[in-house]
Design a protein around this ligand. Structure first.
Ligand code: AMP
Length: 604
């Protein structure tokens, strides 16, 4: 369709023909939510009519919504696990999808301690690419002249493995960065990165980060936006600069590359870029050697207009630290996505983090919403839950997101709780409220109550020979220092004070807890260094009783009072910290190898 780029879109005035087309596309999608959704479901059900999964529920080629809703159950990952395991083991018959499964995407959500494996098909890359292509046209409405410079984005790939049947298993962003969609993307003046592909694609996180930071420093004057996928990633980059600025400044001064960067393609590419620049090296030395790192981002990259990082959901805990380092630059949360499916984008990316709403694009998948107040029993087979369609959600209500994807997930519970904040045309906009059942999170790790409980039980075994037990515990994600770490408060019952557990034993308890946590946690500790050693703080006897007294004084019912397994409320933290008698840290790294993270995923 011909688009007149001189005409402003209802979203704003596009800066070029390409943006005009993208904005027009957003308008079309958001105006026709219901018909697009109907078409998407029709396409998914007709192409997958012969799959084992749809045949199992006797859908027999019917594609209308009512039949679909009456016959297909709402499921969790655990329900699909036997089918997914067969695919992982090499069964190529059309189980979930008529299109061949091209790879598995390893979600940061876990099942039985291991990353969930999400089957995907090749064409999903196009759908993800389409959503990415809408982000800059929206941003250009709010921030002018982004074509006059570059983006310093810290982007990383992670280790990948193969399933027993030979399919690759890797995180969705690794899959995207390694695809031709990303590697051979056409030049777009509005979307130029300082990081070369060679650095982004290097699986060694030190070499990758080092090179990306070095390029960002060399091109400091060109940088107009600084970002990472999540806030935690950008803070890791700042921490990296704190630790490595001397070597970086040395490389810039001499025009040589740190010998620790051994990757051949990076060295080749950096040899072309590096020239001795003593003036820049001196500037970096001056800024970084100062004790005070407030506003370091704007001091080093003075033309930065905004930070591009997700600070919604669990990442909100990093907002104050990012504000400190950036002198309060706007933080743009541009999109909402997952391994299962990319969902949508923020049409007002420069709004305050607390006001971010994502508009789900109806062409990405078929979306349904389970009213959050629905109880678990509503999901029993005899009384099918009343799921609401995308256009019918109500402002102010909270829902759990359910997706039916082109790759073959049917009525799959993503686990995210969203609140409707309004509409753009007929498309609802959602605030991300939280992920269900997540107690602790530092970056992509998600630890739930059951996992924490199990970890405590495993660690307590070490206390047995000291006739000691854990009477009460709670936890908190300490992100004041980067990398953040888990803090577990323990109240102990030591029956024989002459034989109390030693420091050494309590340190080992920390490690034992880490060994018991899920593979995403352990990968972050071992491969990414993005989580620090777990800490146990032993509190004085009677502390948890004091906590109960405090809660009751604030209106909790004495009968219903339960120790909260995770705390963040300042007065409670202060009370706990004032009662600490000893602190212990994990003395070593827990076990983690890529192989245990996905291949063996569900053989247990
Ligand atoms: P993964 O499956 O590992 O890709 O993680 C996807 C999950 O990350 C989503 O289901 C959300 O819980 C979370 N997530 C993704 N994007 C956002 C966002 N913009 N704001 C808050 N949480 C997000």
């Amino acid at each position: 369709m011909a688009v007149d780029s001189t005409l402003p879109s209802p979203l704003g005035a596009p800066v070029c023909e390409k943006d005009a087309k993208a904005l027009q596309f957003i308008e079309e999608m958001t105006m026709n939510v219901d018909s697009v959704q109907e078409k998407v479901l029709g396409e998914i059900l007709s192409r997958n009519a012969e799959t084992e999964y749809l045949k199992r529920f006797q859908l027999s080629g019917v594609t209308d919504r009512e039949t679909f809703k009456s016959k297909i159950p709402v499921v969790t990952y655990e329900d699909l696990q036997p089918d997914i395991q067969r695919i992982a083991d090499g069964d190529k018959s059309p189980i979930l999808s008529a299109h061949p499964i091209s790879e598995f995407l390893t979600s940061s959500g876990t099942s039985a301690g291991e990353r969930k494996l999400m089957p995907t098909i090749h064409e999903e890359l196009d759908r993800r690419q389409l959503l990415y292509s809408l982000l800059m046209p929206v941003m250009n409405l709010y921030v002018p002249e982004l074509d006059k410079g570059k983006g310093l984005y810290f982007l990383f790939v992670k280790a990948e493995t193969k399933t027993p049947g030979g399919l690759v298993a890797r995180p969705v962003l690794t899959s995207y960065y390694k695809s031709d969609h990303f590697k051979t993307r056409p030049y777009d003046p509005f979307n130029v990165y300082t990081s070369p592909n060679e650095a982004i694609l290097c699986v060694d996180s030190f070499q990758s980060m080092y090179t990306q930071m070095l390029c960002g420093l060399i091109m400091r004057e060109d940088v107009l936006r600084v970002g990472a996928v999540f806030a935690s990633g950008l803070l890791r980059a700042i921490r990296f600069l704190q630790i490595n600025w001397k070597q970086l400044a040395h490389d810039i001064e001499t025009g040589t590359l740190n010998p620790k960067v051994t990757d051949v393609s990076i060295r080749e590419c950096m040899n072309k870029m590096l020239k001795p620049n003593p003036e820049l090296a001196e500037f970096i030395t001056k800024e970084c050697s100062e004790e005070n790192w407030e506003c370091i981002i704007t001091r080093i990259w003075p033309n930065t207009k905004y930070l591009d990082v997700i600070v919604t959901g669990a990442m909100a805990q990093y907002i104050p630290t990012l504000e400190y380092y950036s002198g309060g630059l706007p933080m743009a949360c541009t999109m909402y996505a997952s391994s299962e499916c990319y969902f949508g984008l923020n049409l007002k990316p420069m709004c305050k983090p607390s006001e971010v709403s994502y508009t789900i694009m109806p062409n990405m998948a078929y979306f349904e919403f389970l009213p959050h107040e629905s109880s678990v029993s509503d999901l029993s087979r005899d009384s099918p839950p009343r799921l609401v369609d995308l256009p019918d959600v109500e402002v102010g209500k909270e829902y759990e997101l359910i997706v039916t994807t082109y790759a073959g997930l049917c009525r799959y519970r993503v686990g995210d709780i969203l609140r409707v904040t309004g509409f753009h045309n007929a498309a609802p906009q959602f605030r991300f409220i939280r992920r269900k059942n997540v107690l602790l999170s530092i970056e992509s790790d998600k630890t739930d109550e059951a996992e924490l409980q199990k970890a405590i039980e495993n660690a307590s075994v070490l206390l047995k020979e000291f006739n000691t037990s854990v009477v009460e515990y709670t936890s908190y994600a300490d992100t004041k220092v980067i990398p953040g770490h888990y803090v577990i408060y323990w109240e102990l019952l030591v029956k024989d004070s002459a034989n109390a557990p030693t420091d050494e034993v309590l340190n080992q308890c920390c490690l034992q807890m880490e060994e018991s946590l899920n593979s995403v946690y352990r990968q972050s500790r071992v491969a990414d260094n993005s989580i620090g050693p777990l800490e146990i703080r032993v509190v004085k006897n009677g502390t948890f009783e004091e906590l109960m007294d405090y809660a009751i004084s604030r209106d909790a019912s004495i009968n219903q009072y339960k120790v909260s397994r995770c705390v963040s409320f300042t007065p409670i933290m202060e009370l706990l910290d004032a009662r600490v008698v000893s602190k212990h840290f994990s003395p070593a790294l827990p076990h983690w190898t890529p192989a245990t993270s996905s291949v063996k995923a569900h053989t247990a």
